[in-house]
Ligand binder design. Structure first.
Ligand code: TEU
Ligand code: CA
Length: 559
């Protein structure tokens, strides 16, 4: 398997709006990130992925871009950006930008032109269609509820927006659009940017016939491929993007691909495909979705989680490459979603980190995950900021009869603002995030969970992550070893091995608050072993400790 820097790297995702506010306006900014570079370097991460920092009206917090070549006013200036990029490079770290090119903001000059008249030269930069007897062109549902079509009286046509009505989809069938995007990408890469995370990149090509029946990707895992992807030209466009842009730089690319399965992921990330290096798949984070997607019942079984992650480990083991993540700015906090954010918060956060970081793929740490930050439970809807949450509340409570309490419980469990409350730096007001009033309230548990305490406590989750990252640097088996699942039917223990030549890793993770016993086959008993990491103190012995795993206990052995 070819060795690559992006296969050996650990990525840290920053949601700038919530990371650190340097000027007291309550909104995180680039100078705030500059203030925390020592923190990032101490953690030991290699790459920073910035959620969008481009000019935006913030209808979807920067995922609605009105100017790709300028920095969002609230985040600072282009000079601030260039200082940040230089500072990261001087510290041996890389910076990956968030490329949102499935759609722009409706305040982008291209859309202002496009909507102005049917014969405007930029009309075909977006997707306009006639209605059908006063109805939208198709029955597709937006990720943010309602139709994906918005009627524009000025030209008596509808425009497509898979997300908010302020996020009109670009028309990728139009070569002029593709060329503008490739030029913009080169402009950023020539500044020294080290790659792109590409927003919903598998949705950029729609079936031009616009058939009925499409439903937003998250609800169609059955065949793992949303309707439009079956007929899409996204591979053709990505190969063109690779030829025109990506192949000319030593960069990292990861495509966000809701709904993909491993076979499709191989088409995006195979070495010979010349498209992308990895994708973000959603099958594990969408576990337990019901008729209303993530808002309905979120219960899941460990065997399902093990099956999904094993399918991805095995599916991409000889071609393509996995991204590894538990959470991001769209997902609830890992420790609340997949383990225990109560009495076992610390030990279970370490177990989750171990389970993920010992797998094959590039690990992504989302800001605050290294502190074991948890979900938040605001009592009123008006404490929330996320358009997806607010639209879902209105649709489900006002139009579908859900009770306020039922909807608030769903928001507490799966709302995106769980990940967007400000980073918790210390005990001071607003957790040291801002000297002003934060754009969204800080999680009230910041006196118990904050970076200052974590850094000063050698047994903290923060220092545990540092050790895990160090193992990835020290043992190439962590990056390149083959993954094999153990105990597939066990509902309490997630155990697997990694194999590289004669070397083996044995990873044991108890996902429950109960003691979990296990028995290992002969192959593990004889060999001399070394305990690489554990979230409990282990008796000092030279063999594998076969005592039952304590609540959320994990042990990693090198054989
Ligand atoms: O997310 C795409 C996407 O799939 C989200 O709709 C996500 O699955 C959902 O919100 C989970 O509940 C990307 C960005 O990550 C997200 O922040 C943007 O809102 C969206 O695209 C539109 O740009
Ligand atoms: Ca600020």
């Amino acid at each position: 398997m070819e060795r690559r820097w992006w296969k050996e790297a650990v990525v840290y995702q920053i949601y700038p709006r919530s990371f650190m506010d340097s000027n007291g306006d309550g909104i995180g900014d680039l100078q705030g990130i500059m203030m925390k570079l020592d923190y990032l370097q101490t953690l030991g991460i290699d790459v920073v992925w910035l959620s969008p920092i481009y000019q935006s009206p913030n209808d979807d917090n920067g995922y609605d871009i009105s100017d790709y070549c300028s920095v969002m006013s609230e985040f600072g200036t282009m000079a601030d950006f260039e200082r940040l990029l230089k500072a990261l490079h001087e510290r041996g770290m890389r910076l990956v930008m968030d490329l949102v090119v499935n759609h722009t903001s409706d305040e982008h000059e291209w859309f202002v032109e496009s909507r102005s008249s049917k014969d405007n030269p930029k009309r075909e930069y977006y997707i306009w269609r006639q209605g059908r007897n006063g109805q939208p062109p198709t029955n597709w549902e937006s990720a943010f509820k309602g139709s994906v079509w918005e009627y524009d009286a000025n030209t008596d046509e509808y425009y497509l927006h898979l997300f908010s009505k302020k996020q009109p989809d670009l028309n990728w069938e139009n070569e002029a659009v593709r060329k503008e995007i490739y030029e913009m990408m080169k402009w950023w890469l020539d500044k020294g940017v080290d790659g792109f995370r590409m927003d919903v990149i598998n949705l950029i090509s729609k079936d031009p016939a616009f058939p009925d029946g499409y439903v937003y990707p998250g609800k169609q895992y059955g065949d793992g491929s949303p309707y439009i992807m079956n007929r899409s030209r996204s591979h053709e466009f990505l190969r063109e993007m690779n030829r025109e842009v990506l192949a000319h730089y030593d960069i990292m690319t990861v495509g966000e691909a809701p709904g993909v399965n491993p076979d499709q992921a191989k088409l995006y990330t195979g070495q010979k495909r010349n498209e992308l290096q990895m994708v973000f798949q959603f099958e594990h984070v969408d576990l337990g979705g019901g008729s209303e997607g993530k808002w309905s019942d979120g219960s899941w079984k460990l065997t399902d989680l093990k099956h999904i992650l094993t399918k991805w480990q095995k599916g991409l083991e000889d071609d393509g490459w996995n991204s590894l993540y538990w959470n991001n700015h769209d997902q609830p906090r890992a420790v609340s979603r997949f383990s225990d954010d109560g009495m076992y918060r610390e030990v279970s956060a370490k177990m989750l980190a171990t389970c993920l970081h010992m797998m094959q793929g590039t690990p992504y740490i989302y800001q605050g995950e290294e502190l074991g930050m948890t979900n938040v439970a605001f009592h009123q809807l008006d404490e929330y900021r996320d358009i997806e949450t607010i639209n879902a509340y209105h649709e489900l409570v006002y139009s579908r009869g859900w009770s306020h309490d039922q909807m608030m419980a769903a928001i507490h469990a799966r709302g995106r603002d769980n990940a967007r409350t400000p980073m918790q730096w210390n005990h001071s007001k607003h957790a040291g995030f801002t000297s002003g009033t934060p754009w969204i309230a800080v999680n009230p548990n910041y006196p118990q969970i904050n970076a200052e305490d974590s850094i000063n406590d050698p047994t903290s989750i923060f220092h545990y992550y540092r050790t895990l990252i160090g193992l990835r640097k020290k043992y190439s088996i962590v990056v390149y070893g083959r993954y094999d699942l153990l105990f597939p039917e066990d509902e309490r223990i997630f155990a697997y091995t990694r194999t590289l030549g004669e070397e083996k890793l044995l990873v044991l993770c108890n996902f429950t608050a109960d003691a979990a016993d296990f028995s290992l086959s002969e192959e593990f008993i004889r060999k001399s072993v070394k305990l690489l990491i554990s979230n409990y103190n282990q008796r000092d012995e030279d063999g594998i400790n076969e005592a039952p795993l304590r609540p959320y206990e994990c042990r990693v052995y090198h054989l």
